[in-house]
Write a protein that binds this ligand. Structure first.
Ligand code: SF4
Length: 233
């Protein structure tokens, strides 16, 4: 575990202070406070689109990392490419140690069916760990309304086990806030959101949700799994 860039005392004050600030303010403050040691991870869902646009508008430079499991939807990769073209982004791809084919040889075919926690650990959590090496702060797009486990998330949080300050500018945004922002600024976004996918992950573990279903019902639908392990409680 690396050393936190702020003391716990300072963190508590900062976290309290930032809670009332706008997403733009939080992002601008974090980009300056942790300059050169801050990373935005993108899953190319609608939150990624908002954050990429916001960084561009406030003129903040941060490292951008794509955690590419090798199993994302074609629409997700296309969304990434449209955002790169629109904003001139430099995106660093961080991949799992093994390709999907290599994983099938060492772990057996379709690990996600038998042990999705291990599959996420190999294809998402381990790459994140590598992406955070040398970083003091990690920007994520999580929002409280996404799941009960995210209800207590704050705009500035700590991930003590990974030794980083988490910056979560959109944590108090509603769905309407996100969609309103995308339309207001004409930001490219993942078209799967318009086809019944409120939450988008890997192809084998994501389906569209039906009317009346929970927004996360389409993720790991056949199992009791609700989180990939990137965002610790
Ligand atoms: Fe594997 Fe599914 Fe997790 Fe993707 S979401 S890493 S396919 S278990």
């Amino acid at each position: 575990m690396s050393t936190l860039a702020v003391s716990r005392h300072d963190f508590r004050i900062l976290s309290e202070e930032m809670e009332d600030r706008s997403a733009e303010d939080v992002l601008a403050w974090a980009a300056e406070r942790f300059a050169g040691r801050i990373v935005l991870t993108c899953s190319w869902q609608m939150q990624s689109s908002v954050l990429v646009d916001m960084l561009d508008r406030i003129g903040a430079e941060v490292r951008i990392v794509e955690l590419d499991t090798g199993l994302l939807f074609p629409e997700t990769y296309e969304t990434r490419d449209r955002l790169i073209a629109r904003y001139g982004l430099e995106v660093e791809r961080v991949e799992p140690e093994q390709t999907v084919a290599e994983q099938a040889l060492s772990e057996g075919d379709e690990l996600w069916r038998r042990d999705p926690d291990r599959c996420c650990a190999l294809r998402k959590v381990a790459p994140l760990q590598r992406a955070l090496v040398g970083m003091d702060a990690w920007i994520t797009g999580i929002r409280r309304v996404q799941s009960p486990g995210r209800l207590t998330a704050r705009k500035v949080d700590l991930d003590e086990s990974r030794g980083v300050v988490k910056i979560q500018p959109l944590v108090d945004w509603s769905d309407e806030d996100v969609v309103g922002y995308l339309y207001a600024h004409d930001v490219p976004y993942n078209p799967l959101h318009d086809r019944g996918f409120p939450s988008i992950g890997c192809v084998p573990c994501t389906r569209a949700v039906q009317e009346g279903e929970d927004r996360r019902a389409g993720r790991w639908a056949a199992s009791g799994k609700t989180e990939c392990g990137l965002h610790l409680p």
